[in-house]
Design a protein around this ligand. Sequence first.
Ligand code: SAM
Length: 227
Amino acid sequence: MNALTQRDVGAIVDASFAILTSCGILKRPVPSFEPSLYEAAQGRIEPHFEVPQTTISPLMRRFLFHFARATQPQFIYGAGTYVGFAFAWLISGRQVGDGDFNARGVDCDSAATIIARRNMTWLETIGALDLRVADALIDLESSSDSIDLLFIDVDAVDTRKSLYTDILECAKPHLRSGALILAHDPLVAAFRNDFERFFAYIGNQDCFGPNCILPLDDCGISVTVVR
Ligand SMILES: C[S@@+](CC[C@H](N)C(=O)[O-])C[C@H]1O[C@@H](n2cnc3c(N)ncnc32)[C@H](O)[C@@H]1O
């Protein structure tokens, strides 16, 4: 089997965004994926970041980068940011754009967050970026910032992905109209029950609009919009 060309990969990213637009999740026109912009971000991240482990695939990296570039969120909140690898693609995508933005990444693992802070220096976003050691549920409850993009990827030995719903519930009062929610791993069989609860919660709340799962890799990503 032949490997995909860069052009093929860009076409897959663009097709994902066409799906999000046709589902009614993205309402504004979306720029095309630009390999040169992505490669510039890749050069700041991949050779320099310390990443002990990750399931963020090359295609998912492109998707996250392009998602933040296309949607230009003012405040990005990451729950379960570990060493900042997935978060870095979002931050880098947002950096391609106008105006200031802020981002907060929260993880209860202090050692991982120390690495994340070191990793993120390569992105030169120091002032805009706040990486906290905290339980995201507690942090969100005491937060007063309005969120435009919520990225959920918490995972722990005892709770696995069961906290996704609780995190969304705690974030709900802070989500702006039009905010977007990315939840990593909806396709992982071991997390099926956790995601059934998560999607049932989304379906039962009037404030959430359409939801879509993109099968970009074995983990997949779910995208939801706030009405
Ligand atoms: C799968 S890792 C995240 C991987 C990461 N997104 C990446 O870039 O590859 C899951 C993280 O969730 C964190 N976590 C688990 N429960 C949490 C909670 N309640 N609040 C904040 N972080 C949590 C863990 O410490 C772990 O670092």
